[in-house]
Design a protein around this ligand. Structure first.
Ligand SMILES: C[S@@+](CC[C@H](N)C(=O)[O-])C[C@H]1O[C@@H](n2cnc3c(N)ncnc32)[C@H](O)[C@@H]1O
Length: 282
């Protein structure tokens, strides 16, 4: 019978041979999920022998990971800014940059308690942005929208699992909000260009939805549409927050420059890359 420590060593070696990154961490996460324990508990029980049924399950998960399937999809969940979110192949796996975005927005909203309370998360996917902001600032009235019914169904499930009361709209960008206005609008749209999409890491391109990644030929088409369609949806003093692709800062600034904003700002991620674009209306 093999022990936890032995299985971890063998599994890490197997994943490293397949040239998969974070092989030790992946082996730990997969084994913890098979045994239904926390990752750190594996070290407290390192000499525990494993049953053949657990070994079978571990082999099957390792096989999936060895094809490049993302760890988060195999585990089926992720922790994102104090929320536990289910993840399926119908949604983009929430990224760390997006947690930075949520943190920046939550701080801004808390700094100005007198501003309005209506917040829309367009292109919500798993619901990660809107749900974590609702959790961080409970007074907000949050609506989540996406064009993909399966993504929206998952966002609903995530709202319920985290006990968060929010509203859901299905449709194309701002269309489901026709005739309404908001104080805060957030959007992390698909922003990868056709050329970048073709060159994407297969672990992303083959497993995450194309419709969540590809932003058109240039990659900036969603920002162009939003700049055209946004004005009637804004309340006085409204703030808009976008995640953008690395290197898209100048292009996105240019796209929004004809509109009468009081302030526009590009902000950077931890790697010092332009990653977020914030706008404030007069
Ligand atoms: C980059 S993902 C962002 C998901 C999530 N907000 C996040 O930050 O992880 C983009 C999302 O936009 C949705 N989407 C694509 N085209 C859309 C459209 N025309 N209108 C609304 N949502 C759209 C996709 O279904 C996908 O869920």
């Amino acid at each position: 019978m093999k022990t936890i420590a032995e299985v971890l060593t063998l599994s890490t070696a197997f994943l490293s041979e397949k040239k998969l990154d974070r092989s030790r961490r992946s082996a730990e996460e997969l084994l913890a999920s098979v045994l239904g324990v926390k990752r750190m508990d594996l070290y407290l029980q390192h000499d525990r022998p494993l049953f053949e049924t657990d070994l079978e399950k571990m082999r099957s998960l390792l096989k999936r990971r060895s094809t490049g399937e993302p760890l988060e999809q195999i585990l089926g969940e992720i922790e994102f800014y104090h929320c536990q979110l289910a993840i399926t192949p119908d949604v983009l796996i929430p990224r760390q940059e997006t947690e930075i975005l949520v943190d920046l927005i939550a701080k801004r909203i808390k700094e100005r308690p007198s501003s309005g309370r209506t917040l829309w998360d367009l292109c919500t996917g798993s619901g990660c942005i809107g749900l974590s902001l609702k959790k961080a600032v409970s007074e907000l009235s949050v609506s989540l929208s996406d064009i993909c019914p399966k993504a929206l169904a998952l966002a609903k499930k995530n709202a319920e699992a985290n006990n968060l009361e929010v509203d859901f709209r299905q449709g194309d960008l701002l269309e489901p909000f026709f005739g309404e206005t908001a104080d805060f609008i957030i959007c992390n749209p698909p922003y990868i260009s056709q050329k970048e999409y073709e060159e994407l890491d297969p672990g992303v391109r083959d497993f995450e939805p194309r419709s969540a990644l590809l932003g058109g030929e240039r990659g900036t088409e969603f920002y162009e549409r939003i700049a055209r369609e946004l004005p009637p949806f804004l309340r006085p003093g409204a703030q808009i927050f976008f995640e953008i692709g690395e290197g898209q800062g100048p292009a996105v600034q240019e796209i929004f420059s004809p509109l009468p904003w009081r302030r526009s700002r590009l902000l950077k991620d931890w790697a010092e890359k332009d990653r977020f674009f914030f706008l404030e209306i007069e």
